[in-house]
Design a protein around this ligand. Structure first.
Ligand code: CA
Length: 423
């Protein structure tokens, strides 16, 4: 148990009971204001804490940490210091803002420099993402897609139960929550009896995913074992891997997704450390057939994190279309990382691995409109009387996620993106 995770702690900063950011969370992100350049921060309740200013005022001086890492436009340099340093910083923040601590009491000028209401700041992409890998690790999702597009009797391809399937994605178009997305254009073949056409995607979809961020590098040739994997995973965020289903269907054979995925992906603004998620560890799936030794693992490597997706139309009420859970992953993050590096592929600080769409066993837990509307055959009724098979222009997709144990809720905030018409 990490000291900062203690459920008995509370902060002198106001935290509402439904907040994702109690003092036990202490995630890391990046913000700027009209006056302040981008810098590293954390959040308690609705209060943003400027770690660069806190360091400047000397509150990290007892730690063996190079505080220049907080004066950066990403958390990459901070992560690169290693987990020991990150734990020391998290513990120090926990101490400073704990309700019985008086170190900042009456320090009006310091507090004015350090604290911001979240409404006053602009949150930025927290990580400079190097390489982005997208897995396909929910058995339910892979089964649903295989059933729709291939053969219900052989929905999973022969490799699926033996390795975590993935592909290399595109990092340049990963954006922070709140960034508007233009509907992609591209080549499609809506009618198999006619030649392909090029135009705006007509089957725009979200994918409910979580992404983990690499905090320590490896050298080429080196592999990360399942036992070591947690040491390399700094933390997690919510991830919407926007997908153009019509473009995907036509282009993906034989090398996998390309332009159907590379136009945009949305990341939530706070990286919640693996340490903070410790209370939510849960057992993984029984894996049958038995996996190869390099994919075997010990302990609880899945996490019980409730996930929700809502569609907010331009006018009118939002509708929750999915309630899933991060624990619905057949392949754990540790297995994903062990597989990713078994060939000696090196990883770098800031690399990101996404889980793949996280669908649960029931239709209300499917993590994409492709599955929810079953390829458009079961439209979703919206509160305003309209229907959705996929995502319309003007819609905002809102993803949320949190775990709750012992009365402590650790959440991720929101991962939102509004769809604008194609340019
Ligand atoms: Ca994906």
């Amino acid at each position: 148990m990490f000291k900062a995770n203690n459920p008995a702690l509370s902060s002198w900063i106001a935290v509402s009971s439904d907040s994702d950011f109690p003092i036990q969370n202490i995630p890391f992100g990046v913000f700027k204001t009209a006056e302040k350049s981008p810098r590293v921060a954390t959040i308690i309740g609705d209060t943003i804490i400027d770690l660069a200013e806190l360091a400047k005022a000397g509150y990290f001086s007892d730690l063996e940490v190079d505080t220049a890492v907080f004066n950066q436009s990403s958390i990459n340099d901070f992560m690169a210091l290693g987990k020991k340093a990150a734990r020391a910083v998290r513990d120090r923040i926990s101490d400073l803002f704990e309700k019985n601590n008086t170190e900042l009491a009456g320090k009006t000028q310091v507090l004015a420099n350090v604290l911001h209401n979240k409404k006053e700041v602009e949150l930025l992409l927290p990580v400079q993402v190097g390489d982005y890998t997208d897995f396909y690790s929910s058995r339910e999702h892979a089964t649903n897609v295989g059933t729709m597009f291939r053969d219900p009797d052989n929905a999973l391809l022969p490799n699926w139960l033996h390795l975590p399937v993935g592909y290399h994605g595109r990092a340049s178009s990963i954006v922070v929550s709140g960034t508007e997305i233009h509907r992609p254009k591209g080549q499609q073949r809506p009618d198999d009896s006619l030649p392909p056409v090029c135009g705006p995607c007509r089957l725009l979809d979200f994918e409910l995913e979580m992404a983990f961020i690499i905090g320590q590098p490896t050298k080429m040739g080196q592999s990360i074992s399942t036992a070591e994997a947690d040491d390399y995973i700094f933390g997690l965020a919510l991830f919407n891997d926007w997908s153009a289903r019509d473009i995907q269907k036509w282009e993906y054979i034989p090398l996998g997704p390309f332009l159907a995925k590379s136009f945009a992906s949305t990341l939530s603004p706070w990286i919640v450390t693996l340490d903070a998620l410790e209370p939510f560890r849960t057992k993984g799936y029984e894996q049958d057939p038995e996996v190869l030794p390099y994919l075997q693992y010990e302990g609880q490597k899945n996490y019980d994190i409730k996930l929700e997706v809502a569609i907010q139309p331009e006018a009118g009420e939002a509708k929750v279309v999915c309630n899933s859970n991060f624990k619905h992953l057949y392949w754990t993050m540790t297995q994903q990382l062990a597989h990713h590096t078994i060939n000696g592929c090196n990883v770098k600080v800031g690399d990101m691995c996404a889980s793949g769409t996280i669908s649960g066993p029931t239709p209300d837990s499917y993590g994409s409109m492709l599955e929810i509307s079953w390829r458009g055959t079961k439209p979703v009724d919206m509160p305003d009387g309209t229907q959705r098979r996929f995502i319309n222009d003007g819609d905002t997709v809102v993803m949320k996620g949190f775990g709750e144990v012992n009365g402590v809720r650790i959440g991720f905030g929101e991962c939102t993106g509004k769809v604008l018409p194609a340019l």
